[in-house]
Design a protein around this ligand. Structure first.
Ligand SMILES: Cc1ncc(COP(=O)(O)O)c(C=O)c1O
Length: 384
C-alpha cells in the first residue's frame, strides 16, 4: 500500500528535474581571508554576507567565550518571561545609540524581527505598501498581518504614489529593504519618505545588508541618504556585517514598547544567548573604530562591478557589496556555478522564490577580507 508520505519523493524528483532542488553543503572552515573550505577544497568565498570579515574575528570569538563563562550559554526563556539579561539590555542600548533612536528591541533573528514588527503594527483594514523585491520575511510579515497588501514596482516611487492614491485615509505602512538582498541595489529612500509624508504613511526600512556597511558612521543607508529622522521604524540583523546572529528593531520608545507587547515572534520565542550579544556589541565597537573595513569593501565592490560589466556580465543596478550576475535561466546558472567551483570560486546560485519565477542569478558578495588578487583571478575567467 502506498505510504501517505510518498508525495514527498515525487515532489523532490520534480524539483530535481527542474534544477530547483537545493541541498546543504558542508563548510569545513569559517570565512577567513576571503576563503572557505567546502567538500575538502579551499575556494575563494563569494557566498557569505560577512561584509566586514567579522564572523571569525578573534575579538568576537573572545567576547563570546568570556560572556559564556560569565553568563552561561542558553537564555533559558523568552525575553518577557525570564530571558532578558544584562548583555541583552546593553546590546539594545548600543544599537539604539548606533542607530540614533530612543530605543531598540532584540529578536532571535532578522526574519523574526520583520515578521514580528509588521504583524504587530498592522492588521485587518490597514494597508501595507511593499516593494516587489522585499525580503521573504517582509512578505511573510505582511501576509500574516492580515492587512491589505499593495506590492509596488521595484524601487519605483511613482508606482508607489499611484498605489497610495487609490487608498482612502487609513493606517498605512510603506516597507522596503534599503539594500536589496539579491540585486544589491539601493531603495530611493528620500523619494519614498516624501511620499510617506504626503500621504501620512509610516515607513519601515530593513537595513539587513546595510548596517555596518553604509554611512560615515556605518549605521546604514538611512544615514548615508540623510533620512534617519524620517524613517521611524528601522529593522536590522546582527547576522551579516556584524558577523553574529539575531535581529532588532530601532525606533521611538512607544514603537519599541508596542512591538514588545504585540510581536508574537518576540513574546513566544526564547531570547538569544547573552554571549551572542557580547559578539554583536564587540562588532559595533569595531565598526565605529575601524571605518577602513567598510571603505575597503565598498571600494572593492565598485571596482569589481565596473570590471565585471566591462567583461560582459549583466550586474543589474547593484550599488553595494552584493553583485548579481544575471542569467536567463536556472540551467545556465547551475552550469556556471559548477564551472566556477572547478576554477576555485564559490558563488551561490539563486533560484525562485528568492528571485522571480523564470529568473536566475549567481550572487557574488564581497567582503573586506577579499584580496585584490582573488578578484583579479575571477576576472580572468572567460565568458564563453
Ligand atoms: C533583507 C533581509 N532582511 C532580513 C533577513 C533575515 O535576517 P536573519 O538572517 O538575521 O534572519 C535577511 C537575511 O537573509 C535579509 O536579506
Amino acid at each position: 500500500m502506498a505510504s501517505p508520505y510518498d508525495w514527498m519523493d515525487t515532489e523532490l524528483a520534480q524539483l530535481q528535474t527542474s534544477n530547483m532542488r537545493r541541498s546543504l553543503r558542508v563548510r569545513q572552515s569559517p570565512h577567513v581571508a576571503g576563503l572557505v573550505q567546502v567538500d575538502g577544497r579551499q575556494l575563494v568565498d563569494f557566498g557569505s554576507n560577512d561584509y566586514l570579515g567579522l564572523s571569525s574575528d578573534s575579538r568576537l570569538v573572545d567576547a563570546v567565550r568570556h560572556a559564556a563563562g560569565q553568563h552561561g550559554w542558553g537564555a533559558a526563556a523568552s525575553p518577557l518571561i525570564h530571558g532578558h539579561g544584562v548583555l541583552h539590555q546593553k546590546l539594545a542600548q548600543t544599537l539604539a545609540n548606533f542607530k540614533r533612536t530612543e530605543s531598540a528591541l532584540l529578536f532571535p533573528t532578522g526574519f523574526a524581527a520583520n515578521v514580528g514588527c509588521i504583524s504587530a503594527l498592522m492588521g485587518k483594514g490597514d494597508h501595507v505598501f511593499s516593494d516587489e523585491k522585499n525580503h521573504a520575511s517582509i512578505i511573510d510579515g505582511c501576509r500574516l498581518s492580515g492587512a491589505t497588501i499593495h506590492v509596488y514596482r521595484h524601487c519605483d516611487p511613482s508606482d508607489l504614489q499611484a498605489k497610495m492614491q487609490t487608498v482612502q485615509p487609513s493606517k498605512k505602512l510603506i516597507v522596503t529593504d534599503s539594500v536589496f538582498s539579491m540585486d544589491g541595489d539601493i531603495a530611493p529612500l528620500p523619494d519614498i519618505c516624501e511620499i510617506a509624508e504626503k500621504y501620512h504613511a509610516m515607513i519601515m526600512v530593513d537595513e539587513a545588508h546595510a548596517t555596518g556597511v553604509f554611512g560615515i558612521r556605518g549605521s546604514g543607508v538611512c544615514e548615508l541618504l540623510g533620512v534617519e529622522d524620517r524613517v521611524a521604524i528601522r529593522v536590522g540583523t546582527l547576522s551579516k556585517a556584524l558577523g553574529s546572529v539575531g535581529g532588532f528593531v530601532a525606533g521611538s520608545r512607544s514603537l519599541v514598547d508596542l512591538i514588545l507587547n504585540r510581536a508574537r515572534t518576540e513574546i513566544f520565542s526564547t531570547a538569544q544567548p547573552e554571549a551572542v550579544c557580547a559578539a554583536a556589541i564587540e562588532a559595533i565597537a569595531i565598526i565605529e573604530s575601524e571605518p577602513e573595513r567598510r571603505q575597503r569593501v565598498l571600494q572593492l565592490a565598485d571596482r569589481f562591478r565596473t570590471q565585471l560589466k566591462q567583461a560582459g556580465w549583466n550586474v543589474g543596478n547593484s550599488a553595494s557589496p552584493i553583485i548579481p550576475l544575471l542569467l536567463t535561466n536556472i540551467g545556465e546558472a547551475v552550469q556556471w556555478h559548477q564551472r566556477l567551483l572547478e576554477q576555485g570560486f564559490f558563488v551561490p546560485v539563486i533560484r525562485p522564490p528568492a528571485v522571480p519565477a523564470n529568473q536566475a542569478m549567481l550572487r557574488l558578495s564581497l567582503t573586506a577580507s577579499h584580496t585584490d588578487e582573488q578578484v583579479e583571478r575571477f576576472l580572468q575567467i572567460r565568458l564563453s
